[in-house]
Write a protein that binds this ligand. Structure first.
Ligand SMILES: C[S@@+](CC[C@H](N)C(=O)[O-])C[C@H]1O[C@@H](n2cnc3c(N)ncnc32)[C@H](O)[C@@H]1O
Length: 217
């Protein structure tokens, strides 16, 4: 029997009529909702490197990486429909064929996949939920790390960046038993661009923490 996945998702903005139109026009081609998601391995060409970005926001990092690496498959999961619609427009205007986007909760998405599938999973600046009483809403906890580990291939890597010190400290504790590096230069051409939330963190004077972990070694 499958265990019920505990999850808390908070969608912070409304979706415009225009965004709904965009989502509709790419439905089941470049864009899928979790409820109608076919077998993930059939969405993009098989036998390639598969990269997932969870909570891609405005999608600038995902777009840049997909545009520069047409031979790699990129998948993005988000609950923010305006972000998905804006990225779909860019994917369409550049005619990218190596990317697909999914609307829904990352926990439910990962629970739906049966086997290790991803070579890299990026989580850039997950919602910090700064108040201690809201920490249970944070995306990354022990249970979620277990789910990530199961969906990463052998030697696959999880990359997390955060500008929130206590989130970083909790992460460091959870990752203590896995080989982890803190320098994203080690990712070479996959090094994430500075995202909107990285800039925000820097502007507000916070330190950026990076964790690149092999969960299956
Ligand atoms: C703080 S923003 C960071 C956005 C982007 N990665 C960046 O660095 O600019 C966190 C993003 O995670 C998304 N998110 C939060 N919980 C999620 C979940 N359970 N599944 C998928 N996306 C989620 C939010 O909608 C939001 O866009």
């Amino acid at each position: 029997m499958k265990r019920e996945i505990k999850s808390y998702v908070h969608v912070r903005s409304r979706t415009s009529k225009q965004d709904f139109k965009v989502l509709d026009s790419f439905k089941n081609s470049t864009f899928y909702s979790l409820e109608e998601l076919p077998d993930i391995s059939k969405l993009l060409p098989e036998g390639r490197i598969n990269i997932l970005e969870i909570g891609f926001g405005d999608g600038k990092n995902l777009f840049q990486k997909a545009a520069f690496n047409p031979e790699i498959n990129f998948y993005g999961i988000e609950i923010y429909k305006a972000g998905i619609a804006s990225l779909l427009k860019k994917i369409n205007s550049d005619d990218l064929k190596n990317i697909c986007l999914i609307f829904g909760d990352a926990k439910k998405f990962l629970a739906k996949i049966d086997a290790p599938f991803f070579d890299f999973i990026f989580i850039l600046f997950p919602d910090p939920w700064p108040k201690k009483r809201h920490w249970k809403r944070r995306l990354i906890d022990k249970e979620f790390l277990l789910l990530l580990k199961k969906r990463l291939k052998n030697k696959g890597r999880l990359i997390v960046k955060t500008d929130w010190q206590d989130y970083a400290k909790n992460l460091a504790n959870e990752l203590v038993n896995f080989p982890t590096c803190n320098n994203d230069d080690s990712l070479g051409f996959l090094r994430p661009i500075k995202t909107k939330y990285e800039r925000k963190g820097e502007e507000e004077g916070r330190t950026i923490f990076t964790y690149i972990s092999h969960l299956n070694e």
